[in-house]
Design a binder for this molecule. Structure first.
Ligand code: GLU
Ligand code: ZN
Length: 496
C-alpha cells in the first residue's frame, strides 16, 4: 500500500515557519514513499478561521514549491477537503456513536461547569467533567432538553470514555515507538461536537483521516497528549488508527518555543525580507532531520529522493536564524546575474532608488552593481542599504562617522585629502593599480590602508559597509565621488 499523508492546518493565522516545516516533512515523506500528499483545511473553529489565512497557506506552499496532489482548490477522490463543508459527515458519525452508546448529549450550562471547576480547584482535585449527563434517565434527559429549548441553547456531544480507567492504550509512533497510556490519562468525556454543531479537532480528524485514507499522521508533538483519546476514537468509530509521527517542536536558541520574540516566524515575513524559497526549504529540512550528519545542501528534488521518516530526530529542533542567513547567502550566490536582477528589482523600486521601469542610466548601474553585491548579500532586502549611494546622494552630517576607531578628527583631514588626490590621479587606473597606490601612500603616511580607506568610503557611500569602493567609484563617476569627498573635508574642517 502506498502512503497517503496530509498537511492539515487550521486557517487561523499566517503560516508559521514551524508549521511549514511540518508540511515539508509530510510532503517529503509522501514523495519518498511514492505516495500522495494532500491538503486538508481544518476550519471547524469558525470564529478564528479566515479567508486570508487560507490564501496565505496556498501562496506560501506554492512559493516554497510544496505542491499537493489533492486539496480544497483542486479536489480529489475523497473531498471535500475543507472541514466546514463536511458538516453532515461529522453529524452522522456523532449520531452513530450516540446510538451505539459511545457518546452522549451533555446539557450542562457554562455556569454549572464553572461551579464544578471552582469546587475542584478548592478541593485541589482535577477530575474534570463529572459525567453528569452520561447517566441521565429518559425523563431527566427530556426535561433537560426542554430547558435548553427555552434558553435557546444546543447541547454538546461528549465521547463516553471506557469505564475501565486502567484500560491500556497503545499509540504507534514511528519516532517514539509504542507509546503506552491508560484511559485515566485522558480528561473525562471530551467534547466531540460543540454546541454550534461543529466537531472538535479530535473527532473531525479521526473521521477525515479514515475516510481520506491517511496512512501516517505526521504532526507536532503538542498533539501527543491527545493521541490516546484519538486512538480510542478511531476504535469507537470502528476504524483503524493510522501510524503517528509526532515531530519534536521547533525551539529558539534559548530553548523556548519559537515565537515572535526570537525574530520573524511567519513565512510571509521571511519572504518579504528577501529569503529565497530554496534556502528556507533547505534549512528547515535540517531542523530535526539529517541525512548523514555531513551533507548540508539539498534541493527540494534531492530531498524528495533521500528523505526518510526514520532519520527524524527525537530531540527538539533549534531554529538558528544565522544558519538560515548562511544558507540564503549560499543560494543568492548560486543565482545568475539575470536571476538576481529580477529578484532585487522590487526592492530597488520599493525604496524608490530607481524608477519603474528604470531609466537607461539606472539599468546600466544595476547591471554593473550586481556582481559587486552578489558576494555580500545575506538577504535580498540588504540591497537598498548597500547600493543607495549609487542612485542617491545621502550626505554625511555627523563628522564623527568619518573617523576610524582610536583616531581623531585632525588625523582624518590629510587622509581624506590624500585619498581624494589618489582617486583623481587614478581615474584611468585599474582597481589593482589603485589598491597599490593606496597601500604605498598609507605606508608613506605611517598608517594603515584601512585608515585611509574608511573616511573615504563613508564620504562616498555614507556607510562603513559597502560594495568594493574603487569599483563603485567607477560606476558612479569620478566627478560625483570627488564632490562627496570634498564635502566631507569641509565638514571635518568646520568641526575642528
Ligand atoms: N489542525 C491541526 C493543527 O493545525 C492539525 C494537526 C494535525 O496535523 O493533525 O494543529
Ligand atoms: Zn453535562
Amino acid at each position: 500500500m502506498s502512503v497517503r499523508i496530509r498537511y492539515a492546518p487550521s486557517p487561523t493565522g499566517l503560516q508559521h515557519i514551524g508549521g511549514v516545516r511540518t508540511a515539508l516533512f509530510e510532503y517529503l515523506a509522501a514523495k519518498a514513499g511514492k505516495g500522495v500528499f494532500y491538503l486538508r483545511i481544518e476550519d471547524t473553529d469558525q470564529a478564528r478561521s479566515s479567508a486570508e489565512s487560507i490564501n496565505d497557506l496556498y501562496e506560501t506552499l506554492r512559493w516554497l514549491g510544496i505542491t499537493w496532489d489533492e486539496g480544497p482548490d483542486i479536489g480529489g477522490p475523497y473531498g471535500p477537503y475543507i472541514q466546514s463543508e463536511r458538516f453532515e459527515i461529522y453529524q452522522q458519525h456523532a449520531r452513530r456513536l450516540i446510538e451505539e452508546g459511545k457518546a452522549y448529549y451533555c446539557y450542562c450550562s457554562e455556569a454549572r461547569l464553572n461551579d464544578l471547576r471552582s469546587l475542584q480547584e478548592k478541593n485541589k482535585q482535577s477530575i474534570g467533567y463529572d459525567r453528569h449527563c452520561r447517566y441521565l434517565s429518559r425523563e431527566e434527559r427530556e426535561k433537560a432538553e426542554e430547558v435548553l429549548a427555552k434558553e435557546g441553547r444546543k447541547p454538546v456531544i461528549r465521547f463516553a470514555l471506557p469505564e475501565n480507567d486502567s484500560e491500556r492504550i497503545v499509540i504507534e509512533d514511528v519516532l517514539l515507538g509504542e507509546v503506552k497510556r491508560k484511559v485515566k490519562d485522558i480528561n473525562p468525556d471530551p467534547v466531540i461536537i460543540k454546541s454550534d454543531g461543529f466537531p472538535t479537532y479530535h473527532l473531525a480528524h479521526a473521521i477525515d483521516d479514515t475516510l481520506m485514507k491517511t496512512t501516517h499522521v505526521i504532526r507536532g508533538q503538542e498533539w501527543l497528549p491527545s493521541a490516546p483519546l484519538h486512538v480510542l476514537l478511531f476504535k469507537a468509530l470502528g476504524y483503524q488508527a493510522p501510524v503517528y509521527v509526532h515531530l519534536p517542536m521547533v525551539m529558539g536558541k534559548d530553548g523556548q518555543k519559537l515565537s515572535k520574540r526570537h525574530g520573524d516566524t511567519a513565512v510571509r515575513d521571511f519572504r518579504k525580507a528577501g529569503y529565497l524559497p530554496e534556502a528556507i526549504v533547505n534549512y528547515i529540512s535540517q531542523v530535526g532531520w539529517s541525512y548523514d550528519d555531513k551533507r548540508e545542501f539539498f534541493t527540494l528534488k534531492e530531498l524528495e529522493e533521500c528523505f526518510s521518516m526514520e532519520k527524524l530526530n527525537k530531540a527538539p529542533g533549534v531554529f538558528d536564524y544565522k544558519k538560515l542567513d548562511w544558507y540564503n547567502g549560499h543560494y543568492i550566490r548560486q543565482k545568475s546575474e539575470g536571476e538576481l536582477k529580477t529578484l532585487i528589482m522590487p526592492y530597488l523600486i520599493d525604496h524608490a532608488l530607481v524608477a519603474d521601469p528604470p531609466s537607461a542610466q539606472e539599468e546600466r548601474i544595476i547591471a554593473a552593481m550586481i556582481p559587486l553585491v552578489q558576494p555580500r548579500l545575506k538577504v535580498l532586502s540588504d540591497v537598498p542599504g548597500l547600493v543607495r549611494f549609487l542612485f542617491q546622494d545621502v550626505p554625511v552630517t555627523d563628522p564623527a562617522l568619518l573617523v576610524p576607531k582610536n583616531c581623531t578628527m585632525t588625523d582624518v583631514i590629510p587622509w581624506l585629502q590624500k585619498g581624494r588626490d589618489l582617486l583623481a590621479a587614478g581615474s584611468q587606473s585599474s582597481v589593482e593599480e589603485l589598491e597599490q597606490e593606496f597601500e604605498k601612500a598609507a605606508q608613506a603616511m605611517d598608517t594603515k590602508t584601512g585608515n585611509l580607506m574608511m573616511p573615504l568610503r563613508v564620504s562616498i557611500t555614507g556607510s562603513t559597509m559597502s560594495p568594493p569602493l574603487f569599483e563603485s567609484v567607477k560606476l558612479m563617476g569620478i566627478g560625483e565621488a570627488l564632490r562627496r569627498v570634498d564635502r566631507s573635508i569641509e565638514l571635518v574642517k568646520q568641526s575642528l
